[in-house]
Design a protein around this ligand. Structure first.
Ligand SMILES: [Zn+2]
Ligand SMILES: [Zn+2]
Ligand SMILES: [Zn+2]
Ligand SMILES: [Zn+2]
Length: 305
């Protein structure tokens, strides 16, 4: 009963729609999920908006950084756009020449501006020339949607993305630090690259993404299961998880550290940072006639003390 959801990865060679994992007997204790803190926005800093407008390149509309250029009439232009305008000022069409606008560069240096992720809760105010660097590492910068299986362009903070995963991707939600899922696929030999429906696990007041994918490791078809943490890497390191899969008296156990969703699911998969099961072994674990994949993956998340 394959559902019609396009949750496979269309970029891969042989995408295949796979049933969502089946949630088996849950033995876990439900934990309280703290409500996401409401961000209180600080009013804009009194950096005159007209000065900020002056620092906007008239061509690309980006903020200008040194060297800032100007034409003989004083119209300014960023250094990225200058080579593209064929020595003509885009504002007055006169010859551009090679004049640097030191005064504006100095005005910029005296400016202090709020981080552009203020709406996501960053209260930082930064000197103009340090702002870009901060924003590239800002802890409040939004995350990409962690959904694996389609290119989703939604970004947001964690509470927003959890709601988005639930409402728009219809992912499976699971409360508690232990879990037990079945991954089923008929005719697994026909599937070389596939992504099963993501499960979002909620415990310790945090969210984790449980991934299960089929891919080719060299020439060998394999499955991988791994966990990603919905948050930054420094916090992800506070957690450990284990995954267990087996059958017919055999068992494989993986213990790992969840990766941050700042790392794409593909990056995690391609670094083999998870429980990797050869297809032969997976079919052996599935029992029966090797025509059907029927894996039971159980696991646990715990916090490092
Ligand atoms: Zn420009
Ligand atoms: Zn001009
Ligand atoms: Zn910031
Ligand atoms: Zn999404």
């Amino acid at each position: 009963m394959a559902s019609g959801n396009p949750f496979f990865d269309e970029m891969r060679i042989k995408p295949e729609v796979i049933d969502r994992p089946q949630n088996e007997a849950m033995m876990d204790v439900t934990e309280n999920v703290t409500d996401p803190a409401q961000h209180i926005l600080k009013p804009n800093v009194a950096a005159s908006s007209s000065v900020r407008e002056l620092l906007e390149c008239p061509v690309c509309l980006n903020a200008m950084y040194p060297p800032i250029h100007q034409c003989l009439n004083g119209h300014t232009l960023c250094s990225g756009c200058k080579p593209r305008v064929h020595n003509r000022c885009p504002t007055c069409r006169h010859e551009l020449g090679n004049i640097r606008c030191l005064a504006l560069e100095k005005v910029a240096a005296s400016l202090e501006l709020p981080c552009k992720f203020q709406n996501f809760g960053c209260m930082g105010i930064y000197p103009y020339y340090n702002k870009l660097k901060h924003e590239s590492q800002c802890a409040h910068r939004p995350y990409n949607c962690p959904y694996a299986g389609s290119e989703c362009t939604v970004v947001g903070d964690i509470p927003y993305l959890v709601a988005h995963l639930k409402d728009d991707h219809k992912v499976d939600m699971h409360n508690g630090s232990t879990f037990n899922h079945r991954y089923v696929k008929t005719n697994p030999h026909e599937v070389e690259n596939a992504t099963w429906m993501l499960t979002v696990l909620s415990c310790f007041g945090k969210y984790f993404c449980l991934h299960f994918e089929a891919f080719q490791l060299g020439m060998a078809p394999v499955y991988i299961a791994f966990l990603r943490f919905m948050g930054d890497d420094n916090e992800a390191k506070n957690y450990n998880y284990s995954l267990e899969v087996g059958g017919n008296g055999r068992k494989m156990i993986w213990q790992g550290v969840p990766r941050s969703i700042r790392d794409s699911h593909r990056k995690v998969r391609d670094s083999f940072d998870g429980l990797i099961i050869q297809r032969n072994m997976a079919l052996f674990f599935s029992g029966g006639d090797r025509k059907e994949l029927k894996l039971r993956v159980s696991g646990r998340i715990w916090k490092e003390q």
